[in-house]
Design a protein around this ligand. Structure first.
Ligand SMILES: [Zn+2]
Length: 221
């Protein structure tokens, strides 16, 4: 609960969300239960005890009389259908959502995109925000990318744990901004598939050995 609570606060601290938009959830590896942000609560007022705990069918196991985020159905769809996923984060972060608005994937023109996302950051087809259709679309298009843009909506990140998913949410916004700026300067060349695979394998491997900071990226060949 604390990890997911702190991840929600980190979204605000990193400027990824405004007012009540966005949410983070996580799967407890021991119980399999899902911890998620309550609906409509501002981040400045959010308390750890306000977090809502759900089972995988969406039944409330524990809550401080709060309803779960309105995006809970999509989060639950992802947890039910992707056992590798331990955390889900949704934001409307500015630059990444601009790419989503026009329905464009972010091309892999930076080593940092290859490191973290392993290729283009895909954009899913428009889906209504009610129900679990967004969750279905995220899993359909994600490939190995921990972040997916959803057309006309925003960003959904899903990865093995809270910190990896949070990093994806921060990084997708950073690269969305850089690639947008680079497009004003000229044509940015897409990295080759071989290069992307090499960066991705190296970066994921470096993390797998317990590195926990951004340093692995700087050490990549
Ligand atoms: Zn949204």
């Amino acid at each position: 609960v604390e990890l997911v609570y702190e991840a929600n606060l980190a979204l605000a601290a990193n400027g990824l969300i405004k007012w009540t938009s966005g949410n983070a959830s996580g799967r407890d590896p021991d119980t399999g239960l899902i911890v998620i942000k309550p609906s409509g609560v501002r981040y400045s007022a959010l308390r750890s005890k306000d977090m809502v705990i759900l089972d995988l069918d969406g039944h409330i196991v524990s809550s401080n009389e709060m309803r779960p985020s309105t995006d809970a159905a999509s989060h639950l769809y992802i947890y039910n259908n992707a056992l590798d996923v331990g955390a889900v984060i949704h934001t409307h972060s500015t630059y990444a959502t601009a790419w989503a608005a026009v329905g464009r994937a972010i091309p892999p023109v930076l080593s940092s995109i290859a490191d973290v996302f392993g290729g283009p950051i895909p954009c899913g087809r428009y889906q209504p925000t009610v129900g679990s259709r967004i969750g279905e679309e995220v899993l359909r298009v994600r490939g190995r990318s921990p972040a997916v843009l959803m057309k006309n909506h925003g960003v959904f990140c899903a990865a093995k744990d809270v910190s990896t998913t949070l990093r994806a949410a921060v990084m997708v916004e950073e690269v969305a901004q850089i690639v947008w700026i680079s497009a004003q300067l000229g044509h940015a060349e897409v990295l080759s598939t071989e290069e992307i695979d090499r960066y991705f394998a190296y970066y994921q491997g470096a993390y797998g050995q317990g590195s926990n900071s951004g340093n692995a990226r700087e050490a990549a060949p």
